[in-house]
Design a protein around this ligand. Structure first.
Ligand SMILES: NC(=O)c1ccc[n+]([C@@H]2O[C@H](COP(=O)([O-])OP(=O)(O)OC[C@H]3O[C@@H](n4cnc5c(N)ncnc54)[C@H](OP(=O)(O)O)[C@@H]3O)[C@@H](O)[C@H]2O)c1
Length: 250
């Protein structure tokens, strides 16, 4: 087991990529704090992990609110004694033409996708600095380094997150904390179920990858997270790990 007895917080753990990461971490021996806003969904993921012999508990929290993030981290430390790993994966995407976004939609995207990661880092770094050990893994996107139309706040938030990764790594690598991000390509999740159901769109997406696949599985994304969370990645700092079936290479 590569994460035996490590304590991991996974935000956005109730579905999609985050759920697969919770399950993979539990299989590797971690105690998993499943974080999202809807309590029942997080509890369902934690319940299934516990039923399968793993260890998990739901900690409902809106990552865009400082008071909620601070309380959630306190509760996880009270439950498990510490935190070794954060996978900051919660995120939203609103697709519109630039002139159609409301100020509220811009603020909501930036607050969840960018500010939330800053708040989580602020709450967790003191815990990790104290023991000179920690893994911060942010879920960015290829949209953070490659332009996509009709996703301006999303692209801006993910570009900012790639730079949060590098700036934090530069600041805290000396404290024994590895900071890295994963940039997924198109991954089949509830976020884009409506697009997976559209055969024309699937054909178009498949033409963008050298593998000819339209969608990566959530389990393949979880494999990247397990590697970055493990001690096999002890010398990896400030990496934007692109897991995109070769989309960006094309
Ligand atoms: N799927 C892709 O193709 C793809 C590609 C590139 C990057 N990504 C990134 O990967 C991450 C996960 O994507 P996904 O496709 O798995 O998305 P998803 O299926 O929509 O899941 C999003 C998760 O985030 C949680 N969440 C949303 N807002 C939150 C908030 N304010 N506080 C706490 N939790 C919140 C949701 O639960 P609640 O609603 O209950 O809070 C849910 O668990 C995102 O950051 C996304 O940008 C995805």
């Amino acid at each position: 087991m590569r994460l035996k007895d490590k304590v991991a917080i996974v935000t956005g753990g109730s579905q999609g990529i985050g759920k697969a990461i919770c399950e993979a971490f539990a299989r590797e021996g971690a105690k998993v704090a499943v974080v999202n806003r809807t309590a029942e969904k997080g509890e369902a993921v934690a319940g299934a992990i516990n039923a399968g012999g793993g260890a998990a508990k739901a900690f409902p929290c809106d990552v865009s609110k400082k008071s909620g993030v601070d309380a959630m981290v306190e509760n996880v430390v009270a439950e498990y004694g510490t935190v070794d790993i954060l996978v900051a994966n919660a995120g939203i995407m609103i697709n519109k033409k630039v002139e159609e976004y409301s100020e509220e939609e811009w603020d909501r995207t930036i607050d969840i996708n960018l500010k939330g990661n800053f708040l989580l880092s602020q709450a967790l770094i003191p815990v990790m600095k104290k023991k000179k050990y920690g893994k911060l893994i942010f879920m960015a996107s290829i949209a953070g380094t490659h332009a996509f139309p009709n996703a301006l706040p999303y692209c801006a938030s993910k570009g900012g997150l790639v730079m949060i990764t590098k700036a934090l790594a530069a600041e805290i690598a000396k404290d024994g904390i590895n900071v890295n991000c994963i940039s997924p390509g198109n991954t089949a999740t509830p976020l884009n179920q409506h697009l997976q159901d559209d055969p024309e769109f699937v054909k178009l997406m498949a033409s963008y990858t050298p593998t000819g696949r339209a969608y990566i599985s959530t389990e393949e994304m979880a494999g990247a997270a397990v590697f970055l969370a493990s001690d096999e990645a002890s010398a990896v700092h400030g990496l934007d790990m692109i897991v995109d079936d070769g989309w960006c290479a094309m």
